[in-house]
Ligand binder design. Sequence first.
Ligand SMILES: [Zn+2]
Length: 152
Amino acid sequence: MTSPVRIPGEWKIPYNYTVGTFATAFFDGLREGRIIGCRCSTCDRVAVPPKSFCEYCFIPIETLEQVGRNGVVEAMTVVTAPFAGSPPVPYAVVYVRLEGATSAIANYVRGVDLGDGTAPPAAIAIEAPVHAVFAAEPEGRVTDFWFEPGHE
Ligand SMILES: [Zn+2]
């Protein structure tokens, strides 16, 4: 039996999709320098970014609310291997639970010396305080903000 014939190919399919009411509120908030989450009326959890349903209670969520810019690191990584579209290495990404939120949101880190990227910096260790810093002219994108060490 012969092996299957394989023909290399590539699809490039540009598209746009609607992100929905809650994600729209999140991105609109970023444009105004605010981080928006949602509160479940049953379990009181606050998810950031907001979701239209509670992933714990499986019920629709109707309440959006702003969370704080200060938070604590729940997870972090220092990336040392570049890939298409990545920032120059090394760079760090942290998962941060912001004040008023019960979930965490990931974003890039600035203001930390990462050295050669082989040693995790204490400034962004688990439970380290960090705060969100916004670009001077936010555009409604998740890259409008990043995290820096300490609270503001
Ligand atoms: Zn819930």
